[in-house]
Design a protein around this ligand. Sequence first.
Ligand code: ADP
Ligand code: NI
Length: 218
Amino acid sequence: MMKNTDNKLLQKALDYAKKTFENDFGGHDFFHTLRVYNMANTIAEKEGADLEIVGLSALLHDVDDRKLSPKTCANKDNARGFLKSNGVGNETIETICKIIGEIAYAGTDSVVPSTIEGKCVQDADRIDAIGAIGIGRAFAYGGSHNRYMHNPDIAPKLNMTAEEYHKSNSTTINHFYEKLFNLKDMMNTESAKIIAESRERYMKDFVDIFLQEWDGAR
Ligand code: ADP
Ligand code: NI
């Protein structure tokens, strides 16, 4: 269910995202975008951020993703094209494209978004990478990229730069140490920090038990 369904432009952006991600089964399916949209809205209401900017940025945040759409990533051609063809003004388009460019996780090169709207969307995207949903997405991503779930011979690499992080093809369990366990302390807003606390606890318990079972625990 989408929040603010009476806004026609947001509804169109939702349909556009639905079409873009209809064949993705690697952790970036349309429901990821829908969850980020709803979570960003919830955070934005508490933070007093502009709901249309937050909503459009959330719905379009992955349509020019560097892995999914490497050719359009730099200029955000897909997001730009959608917004332009729906009559959105240039200034708003720039605001939204800037947010989309700032939110991605990039290891030690990750940036804090320059606007409160960007902070809300980045927090929502990161919340969707942790907790039970985050665990599910990580294994979906790993499976679709031919990665080991776990391989004790491959150690996690901490504190990677953007370049190292983008090149990494580590195991899914290592991904928890390389990215997912870092996210709680990177949340921008107070509302996201509270949500991240319990999601991280659940994720840490999961990895602990996973490793115990790996070692033969019953
Ligand atoms: P986002 O949509 O949050 O920007 P990404 O594009 O980085 O996320 O990745 C999509 C999902 O796949 C996320 O939940 C992320 O944590 C997970 N993921 C990314 N890289 C890996 C990896 N190397 N191993 C396992 N899961 C991964
Ligand atoms: Ni995302």
